[in-house]
Ligand binder design. Sequence first.
Ligand code: ADP
Ligand code: MG
Length: 228
Amino acid sequence: MNASPAIIQLKDVKKSYKLGETDVPALKGINIELKRGEFTAVVGASGSGKSTLLNIVGCIDDPDSGSVLVDGVEVTKLDDDSKSALRNRKIGFIFQSFNLVPVLNVYENVELPLLINPDIPRSEHQDRVSQALKDVAIDHLAKNLPDQLSGGQRQRVAIARALAGSPALVLADEPTANLDSVNSHRIIDLMLELNAKRGVTFLFSTHDEKLMARVSRHIQIADGLIKA
Ligand code: ADP
Ligand code: MG
């Protein structure tokens, strides 16, 4: 659809939160370009603006000013419905706290975003969910409920859920923050493998300098600004 290799382009993006009478600046003028197929880590201390940045890239939150292009579309000009439609079609999310639905089993959790993606016919759901569960090596757990799984397994479900719709971009906000170091490395390995073998474009955030060493491209963020 769009010839530009950039999947994400941010220009001078600013965002503050209102806390009572005061404005808390979270992003102070961010410029970023991500190309298709890249695996990029956003690294910064707690409070540096990582979640705000990922939420804006993922069309969950709006900036106060600046330009946000997702796959060539200026999302700051879209109304809420168009923004959700773009989000459902193009973006997969992985969160620190997994955000699985406790009353749905693994299969049903992974199918959930397909149900709101009009591009994906119902007849494809089973194949897509099965393939995504195989890709993260938990296809044998399809019938389990989330509370019957370990943290590492839950994050695999969340990764499968993010991948099932073949999104153009997967955003992972501190996906390893609730995991021990062995499982953190396994999850990074898995994301790197999905990037290398399936060409999934990842933008993931971490405050863990040890994990940063695993990723070839880093963006360092401090106090709402990218460090050169
Ligand atoms: P990180 O994910 O790197 O920890 P955040 O993007 O969550 O950073 O936060 C950046 C800054 O914005 C911090 O100073 C934080 O306290 C503030 N902030 C984030 N969310 C809110 C909110 N909903 N209301 C007020 N301040 C917020
Ligand atoms: Mg955060």
